[in-house]
Design a protein around this ligand. Structure first.
Ligand code: MBD
Ligand code: FE
Length: 279
């Protein structure tokens, strides 16, 4: 069964409601800040209407579409695809070390805890090219960070995420991997496929009405953390993969591209080192 927009959209909404505690939702309490942001946002909307001479039918169409996004539970999907990259750009202005990128709507906390060398949970018949992903976590001086933690999640070979698609066991291709006492890790998984925004929901309807494409390049998601260090939220992509230069979520960066090599037995292997800022 293919996941529909209502599977993935509605479950991303439910997931956000239960995990937003992890990401600081509810932190905006300053009236002057709310005033400044709300005024600027509404002003930008008014300006688009005036510049493009938006008509009543267009306004009512937009109103219906906005209602559909909420009813379909697609706000987390829509906002993470089309807006989060700008918020991340602001956050990254003050971060050194490994480049960050967007979190996206499909993170789930509290996954299985593993110790390197680790194999991500997978179905007995999991499809996809085996991928051996290794590296080391250091700080910005090059000092190894012992027992750093890689919280990793990814799509399967069809581009679907466990927890947001039917018929995938919960926790599949997700894990929280602790590195060794020198920050070294080795993780066995499979190569993910590109991700397609569901085409049967309001986000997909906008994409198709505008003549855009609904794809993200294949990627691994990571939260890399260690005590005393600033957590890096990032994604790693694959050299030569489709949509690297046209990610619908505008979340690729040249520093975040893996180039795995074939080791002969059908397994691909790659090394990527992470650099954390001390806090
Ligand atoms: C994804 O898999 C993703 O990573 C983002 C950012 C948005 C939608 C789906
Ligand atoms: Fe993703």
């Amino acid at each position: 069964t293919s996941p529909t927009a209502s599977d993935s959209g509605a479950s991303a909404s439910a997931s956000f409601r239960s995990t937003s505690q992890y990401s600081g939702a509810g932190a905006v309490t300053n009236a002057a800040r709310v005033d400044a942001l709300a005024r600027a946002l509404l002003g930008a909307v008014h300006q688009v209407i005036l510049d493009h001479e938006v008509t009543y039918p267009e306004f009512q169409t937009a109103k219906k579409w906005l209602m559909d996004v909420g009813d379909g539970g697609e706000w987390p999907l829509f906002l993470d695809v089309f807006v989060e990259h700008a918020v991340e750009e602001v956050a990254s202005r003050t971060q050194t070390g490994t480049k960050g990128t967007i979190l996206g709507p499909y993170y789930l906390p509290e996954q299985v805890q593993l110790t390197s060398p680790a194999t991500l949970p997978a179905r007995p018949d999991e499809q996809g090219t085996p991928l051996l992903f290794r590296g080391q976590v250091t700080d910005t001086d090059g000092t190894p960070v012992p027992h750093a933690v890689l919280d990793i999640w990814q799509a399967d070979e069809k581009g679907y995420y466990s927890g947001f698609a039917p018929d995938i066991p919960s926790g599949n291709l997700r894990g929280v991997v602790t590195t060794d006492d020198r920050g070294v890790f080795e993780i066995s998984t499979i190569q993910p496929a590109p991700y397609q925004v569901p085409t049967d929901g309001p986000t997909g309807a906008l994409i198709s009405a505008a003549g855009w494409h609904p794809w993200r390049p294949a990627h691994l998601h990571l939260l890399v953390s260690a005590e005393g260090h600033r957590t890096v939220t990032t994604q790693l992509y694959f050299a030569g993969g489709e949509y690297l230069d046209s990610d619908v979520a505008e979340a690729t960066k040249p520093e975040l591209i893996l180039d795995p090599t074939d080791v002969g037995d059908g397994t691909r292997q790659v090394t990527y080192d992470f650099v954390l800022e001390r806090n």
